[in-house]
Design a protein around this ligand. Structure first.
Ligand code: ATP
Ligand code: MG
Length: 469
């Protein structure tokens, strides 16, 4: 390694500040790994044999337009510029005692610090002393594992995972993000230590899970999670999707592998974490709704409704946000069969308007989910299904252009209805409002003020209401 990649002026500044304090400082971990993978990273970790906080203070004095945060309890400091983040920490040694979950942390040498790291590819370091600035330190053959695309723990994997079970999630996360293989004894240890994941907080597990979901091909990660039985520890509903049952010679598809294929396919269409979550959960209620109907075969009647009701409890347990993201996933699961239903012949405009209204702001994401939900191996069938969905999309665009149903607001609001008939809030208002909405969505009257007013007056009359002059 030469100075290539260390173009930011901070590397020289840290080198100088470190020398003036009499410390030795190294760039470690993800930044070094990503430099060799040509992945652009703007998070840099510095380890110094000395005080990370003192070093950061000295660096920040020399760096314009930066801010410094100090975390005294952790002995770390962070400098931020407009688009970079630099972390400073003193070299440390960690020792684990089976009786406690937390390691004993004490000051250590550079070697101690490298030995406590999780994977060989994360043990790479770059020295930034003046006399060897930019030289690579590769204690555990991390470079060779990087070239061969291998995730391997530097020390005994069983001990490594026992010490900190979160590393199992990290191993799989890196395998999924980087498309690396997990070395066989490391993979074995994932299986034997899977149960110890229970001591890790759900927030930290979910953090890694979301990184897997945001990787280019999340099925890599999910297959590892399933094979090691880590998934069983925190996401049993998804595990239940796996398997095929055969009766009277009729089978159904394996919904676990189907879901993974939908997830991989949706990742080619969207970076949105929540739309990706909708792919994971779209068939989640297939196991609890599965029935065998004699002479017909397997049905999963109502799995979209039941599935949408499962979203909130799953989000709550996994400590995922329960506000707008959950509502969006729930809606997408609820509606995931509707666009397919519109590929049949003789579809009315009113059915299309209903879908536009029900999906609201999530219509585009819903269509992305539906296109990704096609997993037939028959190429001709696949082309036909995709074409049908493109037709639906086209028809939706035509209806929307004309009727403006999306983000639809009734042309006449409740208080206007109250004024019109001089009535107080009550049952009648609701009846008239619903009738108006249905009339517009069903195309009985056009979506404009005058027609709506006429309609509302008629409806009022039917309820025995008089217009207030
Ligand atoms: P990214 O930032 O892309 O998630 P990273 O490798 O930088 O990847 P961080 O979580 O930022 O990951 O951690 C920085 C470094 O600290 C890692 O490269 C690794 O050397 C070490 N590390 C982080 N978490 C652990 C852990 N649980 N056990 C051992 N070492 C760890
Ligand atoms: Mg990092």
């Amino acid at each position: 390694m030469n100075q290539n990649g260390l173009t930011h002026p901070i590397f020289q500044l840290v080198s100088e500040a470190s020398k003036s304090l009499g410390f030795k400082t190294y760039i470690v971990g993800g930044y070094v790994r990503d430099l060799h993978l040509n992945r652009k990273s703007k998070d840099v970790d510095f380890v110094t044999v000395g005080s990370g906080i003192e070093l950061a203070q000295a660096v920040q004095k020399r760096l314009k337009n930066s801010s410094l945060s100090i975390f005294k309890n952790f002995g770390t400091a962070q400098i931020k510029t407009a688009d970079w983040e630099f972390e400073f920490v003193g070299a440390r040694k960690e020792s684990y005692d089976r009786k406690s979950r937390k390691p004993k942390v004490e000051d250590g040498t550079f070697e101690d610090d490298i030995h406590r790291r999780d994977f060989t590819i994360n043990t790479l370091a770059i020295s930034i002393q003046k006399d060897d600035f930019g030289s690579l330190i590769d204690t555990f053959n991390g470079l060779s594992d990087l070239k061969n695309k291998i995730i391997r723990t530097p020390l005994d994997p069983v001990v490594t995972f026992k010490d900190d079970p979160l590393r199992m999630m990290r191993a799989i996360r890196f395998a999924s993000q980087l498309d690396f293989k997990i070395e066989s004894s490391t993979k074995e240890a994932l299986k034997s230590e899977a149960k110890s994941l229970s001591i890790i907080s759900q927030e930290r597990i979910t953090d890694e899970l979301n990184k897997i979901i945001l990787s280019p091909k999340p099925s890599i990660g999910f297959k590892h999670l399933f094979d090691a039985k880590l998934l069983h520890e925190f996401f049993p509903e998804m595990v239940k999707l796996q398997g095929v049952e055969i009766r009277e010679g009729k089978g159904h598809k394996d919904n676990f592998y189907h879901t993974l294929q939908v997830l991989d396919q949706i990742c080619e269409r969207t970076e949105d974490l929540w739309v990706r979550w909708a792919a994971i959960l779209h068939d989640i209620a297939k196991p609890p709704t599965k029935r065998f109907v004699k002479g017909e075969g397997w049905t999963f009647h109502g799995h979209e409704d039941k599935g949408s009701r499962m979203v909130k409890p799953i989000f709550a347990r996994l400590k995922l946000p329960l506000g707008a993201p959950m509502a969006k996933v729930r809606k997408l699961v609820q509606l995931h069969l509707r666009p397919i239903a519109l590929t049949k012949e003789n579809i009315t405009d009113s059915a299309i308007r209903r879908l536009i209204f029900d999906a609201g702001e999530h219509l585009d994401d819903l269509l992305i989910l539906c296109k990704s939900d096609i997993t037939t191996k028959n190429k001709l069938k696949e082309q036909r299904f995709q074409k049908n969905l493109r037709n639906v999309e086209h028809n939706i665009a035509l209806v929307e252009e004309r009727d403006r149903i999306r983000n639809w607001q009734p042309p006449i609001k409740g208080d206007e209805i109250m004024n019109l008939f001089d009535i107080k809030p009550g049952r009648e208002i609701g009846i008239v409002k619903t009738a108006l909405k249905d009339a517009i969505l069903d195309g009985i009257i056009p979506n404009n003020y005058n027609d709506a007013l006429k309609f509302v007056i008629e409806q009022g009359k039917k309820l025995g209401l008089q217009i207030h002059e």
